[in-house]
Design a protein around this ligand. Structure first.
Ligand code: PEP
Ligand code: MG
Length: 585
């Protein structure tokens, strides 16, 4: 038995076999063929290339349509490789001369070319090798008629391990057979952590190389609450974690009665409790836990699940399903927030030195107006079925907000002209997740309908800590005076302008912070369905006046260490009081 200390990313316990997530790399089997088969092997090669070409061309067309010709250029290189005589002629020559099957001949030709490229002292040629390998995999998939996803998904309930998972990987992964996660990299607000919390499964991240090296099938226990992974637990330890897991399920069931009760404090302050949704499969869970709407719909995932950019009609269909399912409750669609850690090959991701400070969120959208407008049109059209709201990510100032709003105005005017059913007066809000948005909150509040504070990025940008980097994850400090002040100021600015303000970062799912969020004066918390009942329960037994006193005290402290200590003492005191009153929940 070995204990690996990592970072707690999603609470809970699970025991099961390791399933390492690796990209499936297809390899060609080599067969010798009789001379009579040479023409049919050459034909098979032609057919596989044709199929790969059609796939890439579809991708290029959708990129060119939505993002413009420059972005499509990246994939056009792959088309050129398919036409390249060095690949084409060499493959046919190998089939004829060596009398081997087409896929093996093709792999040989690609391998030879890659070797030549690697010998050239030029970065451009080296980068071409990645394209070559990509093309090789596409053609091999066509040969094998293999439509399966490029990731090896777990076939039995397992603990998923990897160095890290990108959003496009997790969109393919879904929740089937996932008991928990253990990752080499990441911090409490990295993508896998968010996904695990929303699926209600435990996760430990930041295991520094020790998760991805575990062999498939090895038994592990994930202690997501303590941030520990136990490899090959002995019987006693296994039973201990299995019992904790069952206790957690029982505790959740005990809170089921809260589902239809409001998050109302004893002194009459009501907080709206909404859900953060990444994948459509999370909606049922959110509703079962009493979500009053969707406060953050991360639309990136719909894009990552497609091999090409979804068309307006496809988006309308998907968005409408969310709106209809929520039956009149609000659904806040955050427009596409790609960039940073949310990259997608087909959206033209380029390597950037500082991706979180680079081409992401609203910057990407305003640079790709056609794609942006298509998405806004789709949201507005879906909005005719209920209450759809629009929220822009990564806003840093009023000019961006105005530019983004002009896209909404254009989309509305177009839909009006075209006679499409749509929501004519959508609420339009922004994520407050950059320090500049906090500092300019009064100006921004004057020009939008609501704020939603994105503390994952706000903490990252304010404390200058990469949210995906395990080595600086200790700086994820929601109670840092700079963060408490930022939230306090944002709430004050919103209320002075008469608009509502919510919080949709991971902070909202931390039970120990529930009183703090209440005392900060938020009107709404958007969080993972699994965490909702517990937070609601705390709000229901805390007066706003008391929570505000706590926050005012916290705001006087100089370090997050002192704030954590004060909060821990406060929570312990509250627990004692409730125990005396006979409450054991
Ligand atoms: C945030 O930044 O707090 C947020 C909710 O958005 P995301 O985690 O998707 O960047
Ligand atoms: Mg964010």
């Amino acid at each position: 038995m070995r204990r690996l200390e990592g970072i707690s990313a999603s609470p809970g316990y699970a025991v099961g076999p390791v399933h390492p997530i690796r990209r499936r790399i297809l390899a060609a089997e080599r067969r010798t063929i009789v001379p009579e088969l040479i023409p049919s092997e050459c034909e098979r090669f032609g057919a596989a290339v044709d199929q790969a070409r059609t796939e890439i061309q579809d991708l290029v067309d959708s990129l060119a349509r939505e993002l413009g010709p420059d972005e499509a250029d990246i994939l056009s290189t792959q088309l050129l490789i398919l036409e390249d005589t060095m690949v084409w002629d060499a493959t046919l020559a190998v089939i004829r001369l060596e009398r081997i099957n087409a896929e093996a001949a093709f792999t040989r030709a690609v391998g030879d070319l890659a070797t030549r490229f690697l010998e050239i002292e030029d970065e451009t040629f080296r980068e071409r090798v990645n394209d070559l390998r990509d093309v090789e995999q596409r053609v091999l998939r066509a040969f094998l008629g293999d439509g399966r996803p490029a990731l090896d998904l777990p076939a039995v309930p397992s603990v998923v391990t990897a160095r890290n998972l990108a959003p496009s990987d997790t969109a393919a992964l879904g929740r089937d057979n996932v008991l928990g996660f253990a990752m080499d990299e990441g911090g409490p607000t990295s993508h896998v952590a968010i996904l695990a919390r929303s699926l209600g499964v435990p996760a430990v991240v930041g295991l520094a190389g020790r998760a991805s090296e575990l062999e498939a099938g090895l038994q592990v226990a994930v202690d997501g609450t303590g941030g520990v992974l136990i490899v090959e637990p002995d019987t006693g330890t296994r039973e201990h974690y299995e019992t904790l897991g069952l206790q957690q399920v029982a505790a959740n069931e005990k809170l089921a009665f809260l589902r239809d009760l409001p998050a109302l404090t004893p002194d009459g302050r009501r907080i709206a409790m909404l859900a953060n949704i990444e994948l459509p499969i999370e909606l049922d869970e959110a509703l079962a836990r009493g979500a009053e709407g969707v406060g953050l719909l991360r639309t990136e995932y719909l894009f990552f699940q497609h091999a090409t950019i979804p068309t307006e009609e496809e988006q309308v269909r998907t968005y409408r399903r969310f709106v209809e399912r929520m039956a009149g409750r609000p659904v806040v669609f955050r427009t596409l927030d790609v960039g940073g850690d949310k990259v997608s090959d087909y959206l033209g991701a380029k390597r950037e030195y500082n991706p979180f400070l680079g081409w992401r969120g609203i910057r990407f959208l305003l640079a790709n107006r056609a794609l942006f407008k298509t998405q806004v049109r789709a949201i507005l059209r879906a909005g005719s079925a209920g209450d759809a709201r629009i929220m822009f990510p990564m806003i840093t100032g009023v000019q961006e907000l105005r530019d983004a709003r002009s896209v909404v105005d254009e989309a509305r005017a177009e839909l009006q002209r075209e006679g499409h059913e749509h929501c004519a007066q959508p609420q339009v809000g922004i994520m407050v997740e950059t320090p500049s948005a906090v500092l300019a909150a009064d100006l921004l509040a004057a020009e939008c309908d609501f704020f939603s504070i994105g503390t994952n990025d706000l903490i990252q940008y304010t404390l200058a800590m990469d949210r995906g980097n395990a080595r600086v994850s200790y700086l994820y400090q929601p109670l840092h005076p700079a963060i408490l002040r930022a939230i306090d100021q944002t709430v004050a600015a919103a209320h002075a302008a008469g608009i509502g303000v919510g919080l949709c970062g991971e902070m909202g799912s931390e039970t120990r912070l529930a009183e703090v969020l209440l005392g900060l004066g938020l009107d709404e918390i958007s969080l993972h369905g699994a965490a909702l009942p517990k937070i609601k329960q705390v709000i229901r037994w805390t007066t706003f006046a008391e929570a505000r006193r706590l926050v005012e005290h916290l705001l006087t402290l100089a370090t997050s260490g002192e704030a954590n200590l004060l909060l821990a003492e406060y929570i312990a005191q509250r627990k004692r009081e409730r125990a005396l009153a006979g409450d054991d929940t």
